[in-house]
Design a protein around this ligand. Structure first.
Ligand code: ATP
Length: 232
């Protein structure tokens, strides 16, 4: 029996109207359950736009985006937000942590909107402490404010927040772009160790081809999407 892919895009069309206009079309793209995929593209090639479509932050003009077999198209904005909280661990380029909230509250944030994921997370304070320990954060980290941490530590918090409650899909937008090679390496190791334990699929976008060795497959964005910029 064929497994439902973790992610499947079919005949997706999307357009930004402002800033001169940008259209993106993706005839077909799939990520299998448990697979890790690196999507490579230059700055401005549409990587973040594609991830926003996959996460349901924006919606396709036509075509289908399905996560774990669920089509995001018919969902209203609030339903998409809840679906994302349940199914997708998102690591944003700038981490998007709440600086004045504790590390523990930052990590547990997606669980607020996701009852099934909350159940899977088990005892939340214990899970948060374990994730912090496994990700090499200091013992007192859960009680510190996120804004007090170093950039490298904030990244680890962003990974913990993406992984808590075992979402089946982890999506990461250039989370290593500001790091030196050694820190990149340890960041990816940590993310993959944790994702493997959760049997999660990982989709990361980047402009950095050197990251390819860490992934099951590497795809050039231009092989799966065509884009067009209207004349300004
Ligand atoms: N919110 C928005 N409104 C209007 N246009 C946008 C918006 N976000 C992105 N775009 C446009 O879409 C195109 C692709 O941008 P996108 O951010 O998806 O590329 P990217 O590959 O992620 O770039 P980078 O690597 O620099 O982050 C650009 O022309 C950009 O100006």
């Amino acid at each position: 029996m064929t497994q439902t892919p973790a992610l499947a895009l079919t005949n997706v069309q999307f357009g930004w109207q402002s800033r001169g206009g940008f259209t993106l079309s993706c005839p077909s793209f799939e990520v299998a359950q448990g697979e890790s995929v690196l999507l490579l593209g230059e700055s401005g090639s549409g990587k973040s736009t594609l991830l926003s479509l996959i996460c349901g932050i924006i919606t396709a003009r036509s075509g289908t985006v399905a996560v774990a077999g669920h089509d995001l198209g018919p969902l209203r904005a609030g339903q998409r937000d809840r679906f994302r909280a349940e199914q997708i661990g998102v690591i944003f380029q700038q981490f998007n942590l709440l600086p004045y909230a504790s590390v523990a509250d930052n990590i547990a944030l997606p669980l607020r909107f996701a009852p099934s994921r909350r159940k899977r997370a088990g005892d939340i304070p214990a899970t948060t402490t374990t994730l912090c320990r496994d990700l090499g954060l200091p013992e007192d980290a859960p009680h510190l404010k996120a804004g007090q941490l170093s950039v490298g530590q904030q990244q680890r918090v962003a990974v913990a927040r993406a992984l808590i409650g075992h979402p089946p899909l982890i999506v990461a937008d250039e989370p290593t772009s500001a790091l030196d090679a050694a820190t990149q390496e340890s960041f990816l190791k940590l993310m993959f160790n944790q994702a493997r334990q959760s049997h999660a699929s990982v989709l990361m976008v980047s402009h950095d081809a050197r990251l390819a060795t860490h992934f099951d497959s590497t795809i050039d964005l231009s092989d799966i999407v065509t884009t067009q910029r209207s004349a300004a």
